[in-house]
Design a binder for this molecule. Structure first.
Ligand code: ADP
Ligand code: MG
Length: 222
């Protein structure tokens, strides 16, 4: 599902450099990538999702060679193929729970907001215990509730690949488990691939593979 080779990425005007010689993740795998804060985990997810463009090397997701797509093709790729759970949730605080879940469809003209999609969003919200809060503005939600909305939103386009950035950050143990179980359940039902990046080693139960981010990145002088 994911194939990375000879990846190089530098932020302009920053010392940070990401180098990954090789990483392969199979379709349907549930993988946790564990590393300390500041090591480049969010950067890696943004590159895989096509939010950021690579400097050189290859990133392939399914049949898409993300590293070869231009900006607009990467946007289409991301909205149609990827479910992204952002580290800071990225909810719009003046929109309701339901509107936040449907956001990809509201901002993307190529995505058709059908009755079917609305029903899927409502049923995802209900299964996450948000059924009675569909019309509540997201600024009036607890952290755990916001995290669950962010997860519902990542699933609403029925992606084959879910990239989740610290999806258990700032959550109590009960909400941590709930959030991960929801992701696992979705992946089992849809044969989807799950990549979670985290610095939290207490949440690794249930993943098929754990990758140590620091052994993955090859810091080279070149
Ligand atoms: P992690 O998610 O593992 O905490 P990040 O990928 O967010 O790490 O960041 C890796 C490094 O890149 C950090 O040193 C961070 O300060 C730097 N960084 C992140 N985003 C930018 C940016 N937009 N411009 C410059 N440097 C950045
Ligand atoms: Mg991060």
């Amino acid at each position: 599902m994911i194939e990375i080779t000879q990846l190089k990425f530098d932020y302009p005007k920053s010392d940070f450099r990401l180098r990954i010689d090789g990483l392969t993740i199979q379709e349907g795998e549930k993988v946790a990538i564990v590393g300390p804060s500041g090591s480049g985990k969010t950067t890696l997810l943004n590159l895989i999702a096509g939010i950021t463009a690579t400097d050189s090397g290859k990133i392939k997701v399914g049949q898409f060679e993300v590293s070869k797509l231009d900006d607009s093709a990467r946007r289409d790729f991301r909205s149609s193929q990827i479910g992204m759970v952002f580290q800071q949730f990225e909810l719009i605080e003046y929109l309701s729970v339901l509107e936040n879940i449907l956001l990809p469809f509201l901002v993307n003209q190529s995505m058709q907001l059908s009755q079917d999609v609305k029903q899927r969003a409502e049923s995802a919200a209900r299964s996450m215990g948000l059924g009675d809060k569909l019309r509540r503005k997201s600024r009036r939600l607890s952290q755990g509730e916001q995290q669950r909305v962010a997860i519902c939103r990542a699933l609403v386009n029925e992606p084959k690949l879910i990239l989740a950035d610290e999806p258990t950050g700032n959550l109590d143990p009960k909400n941590k488990r709930l959030s991960l179980d929801l992701l696992f359940e979705y992946c089992d039902q849809h044969r989807a691939t799950l990549v979670v990046v985290t610095h939290d080693t207490t949440v690794l139960d249930g993943f098929e593979r754990t990758i140590d981010f620091e052994t993955l990145v090859a810091m080279k002088d070149s």
